[in-house]
Design a protein around this ligand. Structure first.
Ligand code: UDP
Ligand code: MN
Length: 350
């Protein structure tokens, strides 16, 4: 009996010991879970600290103190043009902004503006004038990085650039269809943003090379999504706009719809906005191609469809892309950027 009792006591003791070990283990891991939860709660609390809010620099416009400029007015100004869209985006016309004030606001932000320009095949002949006039008028005094896409890297002209401005040549294949050159721009812009610009560029403008600057194009043009109104159609009814009119196309805009007819030759904005635009237009262009459709004006048609749904936050008047062959209308007080007269038969590959 004593022997049995001894065994029983040992067994009971062993079980008790096991239970104690088990309890310690479970309560320990429970404490770890608890402390983890407390920690994460503490982290959440940290971010609610007002100091921790991230300031979106494009939304916060700080003016230097004591800056003197013409008093603004809400009852006097241009009466011959409309300077705001129905969704309350500004339409930029000469006389609607103060360039000195805007530059003073943007200079301390130390922004970098990228510009893309395509000079494929014979279009390389336009590059020199484009680059030289950009030096005189395009974001003068700001950091500018021009990306030239060309199949003729050796023919890129040497243009002296001011401090803070630079040029990068991006080699691309040649093509024997101008429609393809024009259309592939969206894909190349998308890739450029993803591979090279992310993290060190704030704004980007995508511009036609067959054009020259004749007047200031600067900080007044900055915005989230920026579109330029085409000089050829802004006095027309929307039914006359050359949108893609076949419902089967992803660029389709129905009759009675559409705000303005925008240029494919100039658009821009914040990097992330232009990335989404380029990606979407490219996808839609490729979806069209799969079913054998090429939109009436290639990527310009897709851009117009995109801007109908995704309203631009800033609209640039036709001052920002005129055409040399057009006489100036009275509301055009300054031509800032204008397409040169060209002989299509001479310069296009097809
Ligand atoms: N482009 C090019 N090589 C070509 C055709 C077009 O580099 O053979 C580029 C160039 O940047 C040009 C843009 O695509 O400015 C749009 O074509 P284009 O200017 O001929 O169109 P338009 O302004 O006459 O509608
Ligand atoms: Mn052009």
């Amino acid at each position: 009996m004593p022997l049995i009792n001894g065994k029983a006591v040992t067994a009971v003791l062993l079980i008790a010991l096991l239970l104690v070990i088990l309890y310690c283990y479970v309560s320990q891991s429970y404490r770890v879970v608890l402390s983890f939860q407390e920690k994460s709660k503490a982290t959440e609390d940290d971010t609610s600290d007002p100091e921790a809010f991230v300031t979106r620099h494009e939304l916060h416009l700080v003016s230097p103190d004591h800056l003197r400029y013409k008093q603004p007015s809400i009852v006097q100004g241009r009466t011959d043009v409309v300077a705001v869209t129905p969704w309350l985006a500004p339409v930029v016309w000469e006389g609607t902004f103060d360039s000195g004030l805007l530059d003073s606001i943007y200079r301390p932000k130390n922004i970098t503006v990228a510009a893309t320009v395509f000079a494929v095949g014979k279009y390389i002949m336009f590059l020199k004038d484009f680059l030289e006039t950009a030096e005189k008028y395009f974001f003068v005094g700001f950091r500018v990085h021009v990306y030239v896409f060309t199949d003729r890297p050796n023919e890129v002209p040497q243009v002296k650039m001011a401090a803070g401005r630079q040029l990068t040549v991006m080699p691309v294949p040649s093509s024997n269809r101008w429609q393809e050159i024009s259309a592939r721009r969206m894909e190349l812009i998308q890739t450029l943003i993803e591979k090279k610009l992310r993290n060190h560029t704030d704004y980007i403008f995508c511009l036609d090379v067959d054009s020259k600057f004749h007047g200031r194009w600067g900080t007044e043009s900055l915005g989230g999504l920026v579109a330029v109104i085409h000089p050829g159609y802004y006095r027309n009814e929307r039914s006359k706009f050359p949108y893609e009119r076949r419902p089967a196309s992803r660029a389709y805009v129905a009759p009675g719809e559409g705000d303005f007819y925008y240029c494919g030759g100039a658009f821009g904005g914040l990097l992330q906005e232009v990335h989404l635009l380029a990606k979407t237009c490219r996808q839609n262009f490729e979806a069209d191609a799969k079913v054998g459709i090429e939109a009436a004006w290639q990527e310009e048609s897709h851009l117009n469809r995109y801007m109908w749904i995704n309203k631009p936050s800033k609209v640039l008047s036709p001052e920002y892309l005129w055409q040399d062959f057009k006489s100036k209308n009275p509301e055009i007080q300054i031509i800032r950027f204008s397409g040169v007269v060209k002989n299509y038969a001479d310069i296009r590959p097809n």
